[in-house]
Design a protein around this ligand. Structure first.
Ligand SMILES: [Zn+2]
Length: 431
């Protein structure tokens, strides 16, 4: 799936001889205006006309509709128009109208975020909780409660929720809303969208679901370092290892939606058994539980403890004072990561790798050994080596990406403003 196929047509197609319904053209142009405005601090109508190649009359009509629908605000015009032109205000996204709600069910935590149209996170909550234990229905009940709380808080701030995006730790059939397999949770073929939508039926919000690592990769693209990273592979250390691939500003999902499952690349065929049925997968060799255990931290500290994440803080403190066991633990993880990433780099030839999750704060210790591994196995012998960045969003990338996805889809016209059918297409770089 490409990043733009949920729009009725592309810019080029709009100009072709293909019959285009006026309503589709209008929707396309509304999305086009929003795309330009969202990429700026504010634009005049004349600037928009120039950028979109639409007439000033059309731009004015589109702007009026977008202001009326709450998407745009127009600042008061300057008293004197620029260079003697009629005074005109600047159009900017309205950060106080609609919002998207992101909810993340991960192996060892639950998180919820609310993003406004300007991409600002207006509410965020995360709680450490082992979702492997207990009944699945209870986990989904808790997720629904968290969404409900977030919707209430958003509404009390004057924001109108436009939809809910659920991040889960495994590949998702996005058309059917089914989490196909999350080995870490031992969930298989769970209709997560229906489960959540049923629990939230009274809110009347569209619900979609996606693999958390894919949403984290998109989160980095929209809110983090991804916008300047070119084509990249996002790799995230958590309970297991997640991955997402961004090419040409769009998510690569693969034919079945499981592209980017870096955590199950085999690093050591004789390694420990993995929840997927294989052995020596990267997730087993370089996941946070392995890392903490190797560093000598207590196993019960090895889940994400959201408030301050004490296990991670402890590990960072140990590294800071040169603790040998901690340094060796991180080195082992970096070695495993290097082996897997070298294969990925030779396969995909990306511009960058982004280290997310717990790898972000650990990147000062990880990057050196990873670069060494990549250098050893680089088919191009070190020419223009891949850049390695540390995530700016850390453990919140997925839930923030989820909330922002709703906003992106709303602005591209693929989520209706009122209750309606879910359009679970994933936006890449359209906005
Ligand atoms: Zn595996």
């Amino acid at each position: 799936m490409t990043g733009s196929d949920h729009l009725a047509f592309t810019d080029e197609a709009a100009a072709s001889s293909r019959a285009v319904r006026p309503a589709d053209l209008r929707r396309h142009n509304l999305a086009l205006v929003l795309r330009h405005v969202s990429a700026s601090e504010g634009l005049t109508r004349a600037e928009l006309a120039r950028l979109t190649a639409l007439t000033k009359g059309t731009i004015s009509s589109l702007a009026e509709e977008l202001i009326e629908r709450g998407f745009l605000v127009e600042s008061a015009p300057e008293p004197q128009g620029r260079l003697g032109r009629p005074p005109t205000g600047l159009l900017a996204l309205n950060g106080d109208s609609h919002c998207g709600i992101g909810i993340e069910i991960n192996i060892d935590y639950l998180a919820v975020s609310v993003a406004d149209l300007r991409g600002r996170i207006r509410f965020h909550m995360a709680e450490g909780r082992d979702n492997r234990i207990g009944r699945r229905t209870k986990v989904l009940d808790r997720a629904a409660r968290a969404v409900r709380d977030a919707a209430r808080i958003a509404s009390s701030a004057g924001l109108q929720p436009a939809g809910v995006s659920l991040a889960v730790p495994g590949p998702v059939d996005v058309e059917r809303g089914i989490l196909m397999r999350a080995p870490g949770l031992a969930w298989t073929d769970v209709p997560v969208v229906d489960e959540l939508a049923d629990r939230l039926a009274d809110l009347g919000l569209p619900v979609l679901a996606e693999n958390e690592a894919n949403l984290a990769a998109l989160g980095e693209l929209w809110l983090g370092i991804g916008s300047t990273a070119g084509d990249y592979v996002y790799v995230s250390g958590e309970s297991g290892v997640g991955g997402g691939i961004i090419v040409d500003g769009a998510l690569v999902r693969g034919s079945r939606g499981s592209a980017g499952e870096i955590g199950h690349i085999v690093v050591d065929p004789n390694g420990p058994p993995c929840t997927c049925g294989g052995r020596g997968c990267l997730g087993q060799m370089a996941g946070q539980e392995t890392l903490f255990r190797l560093a000598g931290l207590e196993p019960d500290q090895a889940t994400r403890q959201v408030a301050g994440e004490p296990a991670l803080d402890e590990l960072l403190a140990m590294l800071g004072r040169g603790d040998l066991q901690a340094l060796e633990a991180v080195d082992k993880v970096a070695h495993a990561l290097g082996i897997a990433l070298a294969d990925i780099v030779n396969l995909l030839d990306p511009d960058s790798i982004i280290l997310g999750g717990i790898y972000a704060p650990l990147s000062p210790w990880l990057i050196g050994p990873i670069v060494e591994s990549l250098g050893r196995q680089d088919i191009l012998g070190g020419r223009n080596p891949v850049a390695i960045h540390s995530s700016l969003l850390g453990a919140d990338a997925a839930v923030r990406g989820a909330a922002t996805l709703v906003v992106k889809q709303l602005m591209s016209g693929s989520v209706a403003e009122t209750q309606g059918a879910v359009q679970p297409h994933l936006a890449g770089g359209q906005m």
